[in-house]
Design a protein around this ligand. Structure first.
Ligand code: BGC
Length: 936
């Protein structure tokens, strides 16, 4: 490969895990720094780096006090902040980086990346917490509240920041313009402990000089006091009053500084949004709009009253910046069809199930006329299928004021999980085109950095991958939730525990998940060390979930969640900050005192292999696999993971001795638990007592056998079970992420492919054949006859079963981390399943890593009954990463164990190879099902 002709540069200089565009208002006072490389020469490995730090004063963009730091190190990810001084509140710093290799070949300086610190201490907050001044009935949902403050600037404005948060949801404006594009701010946290605030650069929105300015804020109930929870939820979980805290800090060009902060001189009035609820939707009456309400020109009409100032937030509620990406509108969808239902309704089809809302555009309606939009994920017998929404109305209503030019509107404080929208009360002009043109759908989610891409020769698998990605997008809305449509949308810990490894392949979700884990740990403290089933814990009062009951998997999230983040990034700080929560959980697990004193006490109820396809639609926990076996398998997995966590912390930390001793203890406990498990559940030859797909999936993947022979026998047995089941899936939440991997580990990869490519229900492809555009909660959320599954828990947008996509990356393509954070990876191409090509790329912390293989078939040539092909391999390795390419040899057969492999180490560059490959013969692929016949 020739040297790159464009200059070799360092790019994407970033702080902690923030995307460069979100480096405003950070709370880290010594943020770690990372960068990627552009046009690095072939084989480049960094040997040293130099950081240049400059202060960016707020009065000018001229940098001051450059300080440079040279470090001999190959590290380019999360390197320590070089300055001994900690950054202060509001400090703005620019950072540039350059690097060199062993022979001194160096890059240019990067562009400058800037970061700005937020308000680090409570003393920085000068504002008062304000609320409305009229009595509000907290027992029922009320309208949005508007707040505003008109002000004049003294002279030319050099720089202005708005720091703002609310107990509720807010949308802020200055002089009639919306500030920023963040949605559902301040985001969802356990508001009693942590309230996030946002920092906005509003310099450009403020008018300098004599004209009047105005900051205006809309406030709605949101998660804070709106209805949320399980089985309909409850109102006022964190408080019954919406409140606002804001301070606008203006730096004038002449050096003066002014703070305009919320207090009882702010004015307030109810707004035109008459109802704003997460589950039920929004009702907006355009007749109640107050023209130009958030501008300096608006008259002080009688509707405005002074706000009431409340006592400060208790010190126990921290004001934090949070580390999750903001929720934003990320895509706009146009309707693909207008459906007229048998009952005469009009339904728009957006062609994709997703999370967001409907926008209406320039619709002309008579004054007082109301347009109603009902949202749902599916149609049932041609009508809108609203039953799965349970007690969520998911309905938005707009009342026209009769504007001649038409009216445009979109909700601000709600979101729906939907594909279809039933439009009731459509005003003139009638006509299909006019209706289709008048609506669009806005897709929203936490705007994480996409990292994974997959393609292959089977479009059905590509569609499945796309569906998983859509389900992740739909459910990563401020926190990782279970579903976006019904009366839940909660941070169920088990769902994330199982999906986290897949999630990290699709998006960089470190910021969001680590932010959520802070609340998981806080909730765990409240529950005396037993983690919550959902966090923020809004089910404390629920009759089932409110009890402090330990559950396997859901509570193992305290270990498996941080572990997945560590694997994706190599950042061990998440392990250190989760350590206490992990050990506390392991200590709280009730053990079987009567027998081994190490496995789970079997008297505790477990969710087990939740939603196993053989469980009744009305009893999802009652699957075919012993739920205690499932719990015990996860216990061992958690103990073993914990031993690794301690070993990593031992190497990284000043408390090496403590962690070393803990590692020893967890290794010992893992061994004890494995022996007890063997004794209880595994026969000498390798059969597992539950004899189900999930039992084998877990025991093989978690390595719970004593001997290789037992494991291989278990592999044969699960293959047999799958073949007898016509390759249909027999696992629920717990077994599904592991079943294909277990087959591959036990050298039954063709059976894994047969299962993956199967279309009969239950299977991953059955929903695809039914037109699914997201992953369903149940294998048969929609029954083959087009009827919605009768179970009350029937979502069409749950990511859990999508965890199988780790197999797509790691097995179908063969790309895998060898070291956490992708410093070292492997590419083990092993074509199978009749596919002729596959490709995956991952945007690693170092840059884009991409691997693909394709088969060039030569039909005339048959070798040993198989087909002789050329296997073309292509690899793109980013700088500072090494990829081990495991080349299959020409004598390879379909059996993994018989493949002779050779390993090549590839460093930065674009690589391609061709090797001979023999495709399996007809006798080996496709794998045949086993049918037991009674006669003949
Ligand atoms: C949620 C699940 C969750 C489960 C636990 C459901 O209602 O949607 O995803 O993990 O409850 O029982």
């Amino acid at each position: 490969m020739a040297l790159a002709s464009r200059p070799f540069a360092v790019t994407n200089v970033r702080f902690e895990h923030y995307l460069p565009e979100y480096a405003l208002g950070l709370h880290e006072s010594q943020p770690r720094i990372s960068w990627r490389f552009q046009n690095a020469p072939e084989g480049f490995q960094q040997h040293g780096y130099e950081l240049e730090l400059v202060d960016i004063p707020s009065l000018s963009q001229e940098a001051r006090n450059p300080a440079t730091f040279k470090v001999d190190s190959g590290a380019s990810v999360l390197v320590p902040w070089p300055h001994h001084d900690r950054l202060r509140s509001r400090q703005r710093v620019g950072v540039r980086v350059r690097v060199w290799d062993a022979v001194g070949f160096s890059s240019d300086w990067s562009e400058q990346s800037a970061l700005e610190v937020g308000l680090l201490s409570r003393q920085d907050w000068k504002c008062q917490r304000i609320t409305t001044s009229w009595p509000v009935d907290p027992s029922r949902p009320g309208p949005e509240h508007l707040f505003r403050k008109q002000f004049s600037t003294r002279s030319e404005v050099a720089h202005a920041r708005l720091y703002i948060t609310a107990q509720g949801l807010y949308e802020a404006n200055i002089n009639g313009s919306r500030i920023g594009d963040q949605l559902l701010t301040p985001g969802w946290t356990d508001y009693s402990k942590r309230l996030q605030y946002q920092t906005y650069d509003v310099t450009h929105l403020i008018s300098s000089g004599p004209s009047k300015n105005c900051v205006g804020v809309r406030l709605a109930e949101g998660w804070f006091c709106g209805r949320i929870g399980f089985e309909g939820g409850r109102r006022n979980i964190w408080g019954s009053q919406m409140t606002l805290l804001a301070q606008l800090e203006i730096q004038y060009a002449d050096g003066a500084h002014e703070i305009i902060s919320t207090d009882d001189t702010w004015q307030t009035t109810p707004g035109p949004t008459r109802l704003a609820e997460i589950y039920d939707g929004e009702k907006y009456d355009a007749n109640l709009e107050i023209p130009a309400w958030s501008t300096g020109d608006s008259a002080n009409s009688g509707v405005w009253r002074n706000a009431t100032a409340l006592e400060s937030l208790p010190e126990t509620t921290k004001l934090v910046a949070g580390t999750g990406e903001p929720v934003r509108a990320v895509e706009v969808l146009k309707p693909v069809d207008l459906i007229h239902t048998p009952s005469g309704k009009s339904i728009l089809d957006f062609g994709q199930n997703f999370t967001g809302y409907t926008r209406i555009k320039r619709v002309r309606g008579a004054k007082g006329q109301t347009l109603t939009l009902w949202h749902a994920e599916v149609l049932e017998h041609g009508e809108l299928g609203r039953r799965p929404l349970r007690q969520a109305a998911a309905c938005d209503q707009y009342t026209f004021c009769g504007a001649a030019e038409g009216e445009s509107w979109e909700p601000r404080f709600t979101f729906h999980g939907f594909r279809y929208v039933q439009v009731d009360g459509w005003p003139a002009p009638k006509g299909e085109r006019a209706m289709m043109d008048s609506f669009e759908a806005v897709v929203i989610h936490s705007a994480m950095e996409p990292v994974g891409a997959f393609s292959c020769s089977d479009p059905r698998l590509e569609k499945l991958h796309s569906n998983v990605k859509w389900s992740m997008r739909s459910n990563f809305v401020s926190i990782p939730t279970d579903c976006p449509q019904r009366d839940e949308r909660l941070g169920w810990t088990g769902d994330l525990a199982l999906f986290a490894p897949a999630a990290t392949l699709l998006y960089n979700c470190y910021g969001l998940v680590s932010n959520w884990l802070v609340d998981v740990r806080g909730d765990q403290d409240d529950l005396d060390g037993v983690p919550p089933v959902v966090s923020p814990n809004v089910v404390k009062e629920d009759k089932v979930w409110g009890q402090v009951t330990p559950f396997a998997i859901w509570h193992d999230c305290t270990i498996l969640g941080p572990w997945a983040l560590y694997q994706a990034t190599g950042d061990s700080t998440i392990l250190a900050s989760s350590y206490e929560s992990m050990t506390t959980w392991l200590d709280r697990i009730p053990r079987n005192k009567a027998r081994d004193n190490i496995l789970w006490d079997p008297s505790f109820f477990q969710l087990g292999d939740w939603l196993d396809p053989t469980a009744s639609p009305h009893d999802a926990a009652r699957g075919q696999t012993d739920s205690v076996l499932v719990a015990d398998a996860f216990l061992i997995h958690s103990l073993e993971t914990m031993a690794s966590v301690c070993t990593i912390l031992e190497a990284d930390s000043t408390q090496a001795e403590t962690y070393g001793a803990a590692a020893e203890r967890y290794r010992f406990e893992t061994q004890r638990a494995k022996s007890a498990f063997l004794n209880e559940y595994i026969s000498a030859s390798g059969r597992v007592v539950s004899d189900s797909q999930a039992a084998y999936a877990l025991t093989i993947t978690f390595d719970l056998f004593e001997t290789r022979e037992q494991k291989m026998r278990a592999g044969e047995r699960i293959a047999e079970i799958v073949r007898r089941n016509d390759f249909k899936v027999g696992t629920g939440f717990a077994g599904t992420p592991f079943v294909c991997e277990a087959l591959a580990l036990a050298e039954q990869t063709p059976v894994a492919y047969a299962m993956l490519l199967n279309e009969q229900c239950p299977s991953w492809l059955y929903p695809v054949t039914m037109g699914a555009t997201t992953v369903w909660e149940r294998w048969d959320s929609m029954l083959p006859d087009g009827t919605i599954n009768p179970g009350s828990m029937t979502s069409f947008n749950h990511y859990a079963f999508g965890a199988v996509i780790t197999f797509f990356y790691e097995r179908i393509v063969g790309i895998r981390r060898l070291e956490p954070g992708w410093k070292r990876a492997s590419f083990t191409p092993a074509p199978g399943g009749g596919l002729t090509h596959s490709q995956a790329s991952v945007l690693t912390p170092y840059g884009q890593l991409s691997c693909s293989w394709s088969l060039d078939r030569k039909p005339s040539r048959q070798v040993n009954g198989g087909q002789h092909c050329n296997l073309h391999l292509a690899v793109v390795v980013p700088a500072n990463v090494v990829v081990e390419l495991v080349l299959p040899s020409s004598s390879s057969s379909s059996l993994d164990s018989e493949r002779k492999q050779s390993v090549k180490e590839l460093s930065c560059g674009n690589w391609s190879f061709s090797v001979p490959w023999v495709e399996p013969s007809d006798a080996e692929w496709p794998v045949k099902p086993i049918h037991m016949k009674l006669f003949g």
